[in-house]
Design a protein around this ligand. Structure first.
Ligand code: IPM
Ligand code: MG
Length: 366
């Protein structure tokens, strides 16, 4: 019996509801697989913890997480705690402390979910956005001076290093190579930003020589938004800076029909540390506690986690189950359905147990 140790951090808003659903689905998968266990340990870190202790997680939080095989994360953000506190107190210290430099965001149109793009078929939008996750605009470098005075200054410095850019570029080329179309688009803003972004372009050209079988092109980020809307089928794997990919992945989620289904993986490709898997949607206070949060993003990121752990057949089985349930119209209100979180979860669990859903049918997580 193989046991995977998973640290769950449900945190804020709908985080506990969707991670609860995800944990139930992992149990169903383990029962179906028969020879593995997903042993989930839950940590109560987040905004409530902050209100009690003045910190989002204990000082030795990273040491506590380190021995786990993976981290299953819900969402951070609370109406009464500043966003930069929740973010810099929990999620970013984990991403940066564990050097999870590759943030991987698959997007495709799930059967049963309608894209706002007219005339776009399910297969016409099948992307993976690779977001640089350790530096760039999220380096935290900068400062404020002369606070509150008329001459106040604030700087927000984007840091790009050769090591940081080369490693994300290699990751993206490798991922593009592993997908059928072997197609990569490198996104920058090297017309206006003439230092770090020009370095990105140069490093992309250098790294591309190691991947002669991958076709690649370059886009400026503003033009990229137009291409995503007008010609989605021309894209496959996409690599961009931390901030550019943050913005493009919201657009991607919206074009695929809902941010409620969009997952993300924060990966340490060298596997020195546990990687972290989460839905993109955030804490969503407006629907917290109503039992209608869409659990699909949390299931999809569980499939990414299973792939990362080497349980690819289980990941594929989970995605087949999710796609079948969505295709049957068992979806939450954010994607036009009437089902509750619990109903979607039960349907997915049933589909996992169903004898007619045999792995490794269907898609892999990325
Ligand atoms: C995301 C989110 C976060 C980010 C927010 C919550 C800070 O938008 O995961 O895309 O910008 O990284
Ligand atoms: Mg975002």
């Amino acid at each position: 019996m193989k046991t995977y140790r998973i640290a769950a951090i449900p945190a804020d808003g709908i985080g506990p509801e969707v991670i609860g659903a995800g944990t139930a689905v992992l149990e169903a998968l383990a029962a179906r697989q028969g020879d593995v266990r997903y042993e989930v340990t839950t940590f109560d870190w987040g905004s409530d913890y902050y209100k009690r202790h003045g910190v989002m997680m204990p000082e030795d939080g990273l040491e506590t997480l380190r021995p786990f095989d993976a981290i299953y994360f819900g969402a951070v953000g609370a109406p009464d705690v500043p966003d930069h506190v929740t973010l810099w107190g929990l999620r970013l210290p984990i991403c940066q402390g564990f050097d999870q430099y590759a943030n991987v965001r698959p997007t495709r149109i799930i059967p049963g979910v309608t894209s706002p793009l007219r005339d776009v078929g399910t297969g016409d939008l099948d992307w993976v956005i690779v977001r640089e996750n350790s530096e760039g605009e999220y380096s935290g470098s900068g400062g404020r001076a002369h606070r509150g005075l008329p001459e106040e200054v604030g700087t927000e410095v984007a840091i790009f290093t050769r090591v940081g850019v080369a490693r994300i570029m290699r990751y993206a080329f490798r991922l593009a190579r592993s997908r059928p179309r072997k197609l990569l688009t490198v996104v920058t803003k090297s017309n206006a930003q003439r230092h770090g972004m020009v370095m990105w372009d140069e490093i992309a050209a250098e790294v591309s020589r190691e991947f002669p079988d991958v076709t690649w092109d370059k886009m400026l980020v503003d033009a990229m938004t137009v291409r995503m809307v007008k010609d989605p089928a021309s894209l496959d794997t996409i690599v961009a800076t931390n901030l550019h990919a943050d913005i493009l992945s919201d657009l991607a989620g919206a074009l695929a029909g809902s941010l409620g289904v969009a997952p993300t993986a924060n990966i340490d490709p060298e596997r020195r540390f546990p990687s972290m898997f989460e839905p993109i949607h955030g804490s969503a206070f407006d629907i917290t506690g109503k039992g209608i949060a869409n659990p699909v993003a949390t299931f999809w990121t569980a499939a990414q986690m299973l792939d990362h752990l080497g349980e690819n057949a289980a990941g594929a089985l989970l995605m087949s189950a999710v796609e079948r349930v969505c295709a049957e119209g068992i979806v939450t209100p954010d994607v036009g359905g009437t089902a509750t979180t619990a109903e979607v979860t039960h349907a997915v669990i049933e589909a996992i147990g169903g004898a007619n859903l045999l792995a490794p049918a269907g898609h892999s997580a990325a």
